[in-house]
Design a protein around this ligand. Structure first.
Ligand code: NAP
Length: 257
């Protein structure tokens, strides 16, 4: 075994696609991957200016690509565009997601159904579709890694965001299925399950319940985007090559399985 190759975070020559990288955890993951030498595709849907700002900050190694990954045709165009441009995909990070209030005791049945549909279209189906499509390129280039961004909600359930919790549990399971089915093609999968992280997604909950949330975290601080992006970088790196099917909790000790 080449010790130097395996004991490094170096991603030189690798192409990394990160869905939902215009801000938050996805944007920081793009910065970290690029700092490790990777070419980075910064996918976004609505926030073009923010995505371009991330690319500008990173420099030549990054490119922004717009796609609503919840749309199966758009995610296909995205993956094809990456392969056309860079020849292969070495790492796919399924990060894009929504977190929308959808309580059990609401009174709008249509809204309840639409919430579940929207959530699963993006949080689950986009990840499964992007993985399926990226695998075709990965097989041709000798392998790759798929990293899914789940949540502590996968284990704990959610009181007012049940569709979100269920979608993240599905990602944990998708990770295991890819791990078992695709290792024969040298395609491995892993997953992270963050607790509360300081981003736009978590802002309303943090504003409303910060003290209560902090009281549940033994480290007594809400996670940063860097806390998550660092673990994703490790999973993408050669140091994690023998991890397959795992989900790593990143929650300051606020939940144990
Ligand atoms: P965020 O700040 O809301 O960012 C979400 C990103 O997803 C944005 O870049 C957004 O870009 C993109 N996006 C949304 N819809 C999209 C679509 N249809 N197609 C493509 N991109 C889309 O969220 P975050 O907090 O960084 O969350 C990142 C991941 O971590 C998510 O999977 C989330 O579930 C997970 N997570 C977050 C926390 C937390 O506390 N923050 C905790 C556990 C897990 P546009 O605006 O350009 O569409």
């Amino acid at each position: 075994m080449d010790v130097k190759t395996n004991a490094t975070l170096d991603l030189g020559g690798k192409t990394v696609v990160i869905t939902g990288a215009s801000r938050g955890i996805g944007a920081e993951t793009a910065r970290r991957m690029a700092a490790a030498g990777a070419r980075v595709v910064v996918n976004y849907h609505g926030s073009e200016a923010a995505a371009n700002a991330v690319v500008k900050e990173i420099g030549d190694q990054a490119i922004a690509m717009r796609a609503d990954v919840a749309d199966p045709a758009a995610v296909k165009r995205l993956i094809e565009a990456v392969v056309t441009r860079f020849g292969s995909i070495d790492v796919l990070v399924n990060n894009a997601a929504i977190f929308e209030y959808n309580p059990f005791d609401g009174d709008d049945y249509e809204a309840w159904q639409n919430g579940w549909r929207r959530t699963f279209d993006l949080n689950v189906f986009a990840a499964a579709n992007a993985a399926w499509l990226a695998m075709r390129a990965m097989r041709q280039s000798g392998g790759g890694k798929i990293i899914n961004v789940a949540s502590r909600a996968a284990w704990r359930g959610e009181t007012e965001f049940a569709d979100y919790g269920a979608s993240k549990a599905a990602l944990v399971n998708l990770t295991r299925s890819i791990a078992r089915a695709c290792a024969k093609d040298n395609i491995v999968a892993s997953c992270v399950a963050p607790g509360f992280i300081e981003t736009e997604m978590a802002k309303p909950e943090l504003e409303a319940h910060r003290e209560e949330i902090l009281s549940q975290i033994p480290l007594r601080r809400v996670g940063s985007v860097g806390d998550v992006a660092g673990v994703i970088l490790f999973l993408a790196s050669p140091m994690a090559d023998y991890l397959n099917g795992v989900t790593i909790d990143i929650n300051g000790g606020s939940w144990f399985q």
